[in-house]
Write a protein that binds this ligand. Structure first.
Ligand code: ZN
Ligand code: ZN
Length: 171
């Protein structure tokens, strides 16, 4: 969804509220596919913040469908997005590369809401995705999900300090 900012940019003191509809149901990030479970429409507030500047605020909850890194089960988690930014279009005429890069979701006087929301979500997805902090994961031998049950496999994990000791003995 594109939101045209030309009126807001050119009208001093103008404030506007726009209903945002989330158009995408998945996005790619670091080679992974992330699926959106639920994303309701929400209000985005726009206000002229001086010459070439628009203040953009709004917040919403997005439910994402994730896969646990440890037990490989799918689960849903809600991420709260807070948008609170000032778009300063004058940087586009400058050589401030970093700031222009920050405005990757802004093009031809439009905010690309999909791009902005994806950027926000990428900042919220944790590096390690766990269904819960104490997820027990899968048995390395038989693959049983140890959150749901137990198995009779020998789960003896050699102490890494001992393996160093063994290496010394071997030499
Ligand atoms: Zn898990
Ligand atoms: Zn097992």
């Amino acid at each position: 969804m594109l939101i045209d900012l030309s009126e807001i940019l050119s009208t001093e003191g103008l404030t506007k509220s726009v209903e945002v509809h989330v158009d995408f149901d998945s996005f790619q990030f670091k080679g992974m596919d992330y699926r959106i479970g639920q994303a309701d429409d929400f209000q985005l507030n726009l206000s002229n913040d001086g010459k070439n500047r628009v203040k953009v605020t709004g917040s919403t909850d997005v439910v994402m469908e994730l896969v646990c890194d440890r037990c490989l089960e799918e689960f849903e988690r809600t991420f709260h997005i807070d948008i609170d930014t000032v778009i300063d279009t004058s940087v586009l005429d400058s050589d401030k590369v970093d700031e222009i890069d920050e405005l990757s979701y802004f093009e031809d006087c439009n905010i690309d809401m999909d791009a902005l929301l994806k950027k926000e979500l990428m900042g919220l997805v944790p590096i390690q995705i766990l269904c819960r902090d104490d997820c027990k994961g899968l048995c390395k031998v038989c693959g049983t999900n140890l959150n749901h049950g137990t198995c009779n496999c020998d789960d003896f994990v050699p102490d890494p300090r001992l393996s160093v000791f063994n290496d010394i003995l071997k030499n």
